[in-house]
Design a protein around this ligand. Structure first.
Ligand SMILES: N[C@@H](CCC(=O)N[C@@H](CS)C(=O)NCC(=O)O)C(=O)O
Length: 132
């Protein structure tokens, strides 16, 4: 399994923490969304991190989806997300939200690093004004 994304991204960090808690071995490729877009694009055309490349080649994006996948793989004994019902929905809600440590009252489900003129590849022009 390969985790793509630098740990300045809170979304990449939460996936790395989950991998550690579940005891999953992985290779880390700390690629930057700004300077390594060309490397990220073949795995994730959105050029976003985190991107998780599974051993059989499938690619997962969106940290909440990745957390749900890892939890499913962990099996009943280690799972932290309920398998069904209200408890599951509440847990998935928590996964879907990210509370900014600097602005705790603000919930964000959007990108922490926005980019104007988003284009992956060598001609990508990125706005670094809101780097996370
Ligand atoms: N909702 C996404 C947010 C991921 C996200 O915003 N990642 C940022 C880095 S912190 C990114 O890749 N930004 C690049 C872009 O949106 O072009 C998730 O939870 O994975």
């Amino acid at each position: 399994m390969i985790l793509i994304g630098q740990f300045d991204s809170p979304f990449a960090r939460r996936v790395a923490i989950a991998l550690k808690l579940y005891g999953v071995e992985y290779e880390h490729r700390p690629w930057s969304i700004f300077s390594d877009a060309d490397k990220i694009a073949p795995f994730n055309p959105l050029c976003r991190v985190p991107t998780l490349v599974l051993d059989f080649g499938d690619v997962l994006i969106e940290s909440a989806m990745i957390l749900d996948y890892l939890d499913e793989q962990a099996g009943d004994a280690r799972a932290m997300i309920a398998s069904s019902g209200t408890e599951r929905r509440e847990a998935l809600k928590v996964c879907a939200r990210w509370v900014s440590p600097t602005r705790p009252s603000r919930l964000s489900t959007n990108a922490c690093c926005t980019s104007k003129n988003r284009r992956c590849g060598s001609n990508a022009v990125r706005d670094r004004s809101s780097v996370c």
